[in-house]
Design a protein around this ligand. Sequence first.
Ligand SMILES: [Zn+2]
Length: 428
Amino acid sequence: MGILIKEVDVLTQNRNRDVLRGVDILIQGKRIEKIGRNIKGKTEFKIDGRGKLAVPGLINTHTHVAMTLFRGYADDMRFWEAWPERIWPREKKVKAEDVRAGSLLGCLEMIRSGTTCFMDNYFFMDEVAEAVKGVGMRANLAYGMIDIGDAEKRKKELKIGEEFVKDFDGKADGRIGCSFAPHAPYSCSEELLLKAKELAEKHDALLQIHVAETRKEVFDSLKKSGKRPVEYLESIGFLSKRVIAAHCVWITKREVGMLGSKGAKVSYNPVSNMKLASGGVAPIPQMLESDVCVTFGTDGAVSNNSLNMLETIKVGTLLQKSHLWDSRVLNAQQALDFATINGAKALGIEAGSVEEGKLADMFLMELNSPNLLPANSLVSNLVYSSNPSNISDVIVDGKLVMKDRKILTIDEEKVFEKIRKVSEKFRE
Ligand SMILES: [Zn+2]
């Protein structure tokens, strides 16, 4: 067992952000056992790391992975028209096996673009969990709950949400964590939000929620409660360090302060926000000033339309610079931090950096590529110049999931075949 990577360059993402040149990495079991020179040891796999860069696996903190099924169905339309017209009628036809297929497809796309861990909420989550298990990724999953004020529905949703946590938390050799996901402050009653919080405490789990994604949401919230979305969540006592709030594009400095003081984390989804013309831009500099842990998410493939975190990292930095007329805002290192160590911190996993003792979640990138030479700055090259085709190998939980661009855990062709088949019924 084990993997030995020889003479590789490393973006460690450790405390000093050290960049190592030509070192060996020994992986035993789930963890990185040793990083150094001339490491010897008997391992199942030996990888020649010369000309390659080891990078901590990227962590995508907001997606709906099975929505790959509907990729391209809601483009260039108004958000509030696209979903009722194009997505909800199709979601009514979704069966468990479709979610499995869509999730496997999404996982393959994520692996090939360097993502080793993701946070997800949708329905038929058992199928998402099985996909994660089979493909070998790490994930934090939740059943997405909505009650729209209906007490009967609330009871049912909470039951499904809790059952899922009971069934899958810690499964797949610890690669699967579970959380609770009340959809949003506007689609969930106060009772549901608070009950979800209570359950999260009971099971020591995280809370995923969409917050302040559109201007309409803010207007409606003000009309209903006299408070903006984050103010409302604060007033009912929902905010805590367990919360991972996706989007947060229409929030004030005061609301940023509330997130910071409660230790809530933010999932910044720049591509989704731009594609859906959400208009608002997450106030990243203010979030950093208020010590908010900022992470990156892609959102689902209907609103992105890819799950490519490398693209999200680049677009996320460009959006801040463009929006604020300041090219110094959100530098490459900070953006890489969001996608690695901050993601790990938000999800409570011992990953996000390539260091001795950490979980072995990483990918290797071919440096001898036209878009990555010369290697004047490895961080800059990764953030601004790289793309998924540069990625050759992916390791999750100490196991090779992709080697020399070949997926080892599942038969990729079979997934493609299944997708072609299940996607037919959604076409009309
Ligand atoms: Zn979402």
